[in-house]
Ligand binder design. Structure first.
Ligand code: PLP
Length: 463
């Protein structure tokens, strides 16, 4: 492709992007595609000769947008959000053009130094202590895997990375039943295994019971296991439950265990001082992850891991072969040494654009609105005769069900998502099938939220 043609198509694609965002409200939120539709529309064999960009783009318009679920749709209330504020999309366009690979300071000085500064801006925004440092990862899953590798190696005095795990006592990780499946997967990948992820009982509010945690750690030691660390849940995926952070870190410190807080979703709301009580004591933890790509508005992917002291994680993950040395700069910060993959994208730019374009106060206003509208939606759904609120709003997430039972709830969810005006997803809570409702799309309005409630009422009445 010649550079003039690149310019022409860049402008056309920019125009398409504006039209896409302007008209998103008119599209169904969830794709109406049937499985195999796109696969079957694509030629089985790759082309031997060049295709004109006009044809490629026409095929994109024909095949892709209607076969996508629109995460930026203002009536997307499913899962947790994966936001892309327009300012952060612009940063990603620039990053894509420069196509930098930011593994070392030397390969990307601006990316490395901006990452240091952006992590510190966010540390201040969340009111974490001075001196904490951090790194931007692709996902909370990767950050949690890094933390669990650190727990494992710290407990084994770094014998695992040298000689493997055979012959060692089993490292044990503790988390509540509300903790995300990424913790299970991190235990698999770190060679710890599912059986050594100990699920601790929760108390009435679905937070981990500190007494049960202490008892489990002591029983494990007595059985010859090796307690290694605790993953603390703040804003769990199912119903938004949080562990009592201060009480859990107190147990951890008494037992000499490493702690990692998974606040992948809820962490963004911690820019608002009035919501911080849910993670009181977080400053005593060792590691915290939150995803600005979820609720803060940074384009996916962008997950920040804060570390009280990075030394143990660096000792667990740093490898420096000759070909990655930077002669004369042995002390430079190379963020690939803090994480599992070597190659890394320039993720700090979208944070820089986002935080400057909206200001922390603009971002706080969005989060406060989402939480207020979620509470309003919850009250409106409570008033509908066939429905019941199962879990009350935790930040901007609550859940509801049909009074008639699980089958009716599943059927209602199916009608809602087939209708297309809004999109919700389910979970299982206390053995019951429930529908989750979270408000968090960056540019949604109160009207979008209340329209979703109307749709729910209308379709429930039809059922
Ligand atoms: N932790 C929590 C609480 C989550 O809700 C999620 C995803 O929704 C994750 C971890 C995994 O996040 P990621 O997709 O960034 O790995």
């Amino acid at each position: 492709m010649k550079i003039e043609e690149f310019g022409l198509w860049s402008r056309r694609i920019a125009d398409w992007s504006v039209r896409y965002l302007e008209t998103l409200r008119d599209r169904p939120v969830r794709a109406r595609t049937k499985a195999g539709d796109v696969l079957n529309a694509l030629p089985v064999a790759p082309p031997e000769t060049a295709t004109d960009m006009a044809d490629i783009f026409a095929d994109f318009e024909r095949l892709v947008p209607d076969a996508m679920t629109h995460w930026q749709h203002p009536r997307f209330f499913a899962y947790f959000p994966a936001n892309a504020a327009p300012a952060s999309i612009l940063a990603e366009q620039l990053v894509t053009t420069m196509a930098a690979q930011c593994m070392l300071w030397q390969t990307s000085p601006a990316a490395t130094e901006m990452e240091t500064r952006m992590v510190d801006w966010l540390r201040q925004a969340l009111d974490l202590p001075d001196g904490w440092r951090g790194v931007i990862q692709d996902s909370a899953s990767s950050a949690t895997l890094s933390a669990i590798m650190t727990m494992r190696e710290r407990a084994l005095d770094w014998r695992g990375i040298r000689s493997g795990l055979s012959g060692e006592s089993a490292p044990r990780i503790y988390a509540s039943a509300q903790a995300h499946s990424s913790i299970d997967k991190a235990c698999w990948v770190a060679g710890i295994g599912q059986d050594n992820l100990v699920r601790i009982a929760t108390s009435d509010d679905y937070g981990m019971d500190p007494g049960a945690l202490r008892a489990a750690i002591r029983a494990d030691r007595a059985a010859g296991h090796l307690p290694a660390g605790i993953v603390i849940c703040v804003g769990g995926t199912s119903i938004g439950a949080s562990d009592p952070v201060a009480a859990i870190v107190e147990v951890a410190q008494a037992e000499g265990l490493y702690t990692h807080i998974d606040a992948a979703w809820a962490g963004s709301a911690m820019i608002c001082p009035e919501f911080r009580s849910i993670w009181e004591g977080c400053d005593q933890a060792d590691s915290i992850v939150f995803n600005p790509h979820k609720w803060l508005g940074a384009q996916f992917d962008c997950s920040v891991q804060f570390l009280k002291d990075p030394t143990d994680q660096l000792k667990s993950l740093t490898l420096r072969p000759d070909y990655l040395e930077t002669p004369g700069m042995e002390d430079a910060v190379n963020y690939s040494e803090w994480t599992i993959p070597l190659g890394r994208r320039f993720r700090a730019l979208k944070l820089w654009f986002l935080i400057r374009a909206y200001g922390l106060e603009g971002l706080r206003t969005r989060i406060r609105n989402h939480i207020a509208w979620s509470n309003e939606a919850c009250e409106a759904i409570r008033a509908l005769p066939g429905l019941v609120i199962v879990t009350e709003p935790r930040l901007s997430l609550f859940s509801f069900a049909c009074k008639a039972g699980d089958e009716a709830t599943a059927a209602l969810l199916d009608r809602i998502n087939t209708d297309g005006r809004t999109y919700l997803t389910q979970t299982r809570h206390d053995g019951r099938h429930v529908i989750r409702f979270q408000v968090g799309q960056f540019d949604c309005t109160r009207e979008d939220v209340m329209e979703a409630v109307e749709v729910i009422g209308e379709l429930e009445a039809e059922g």
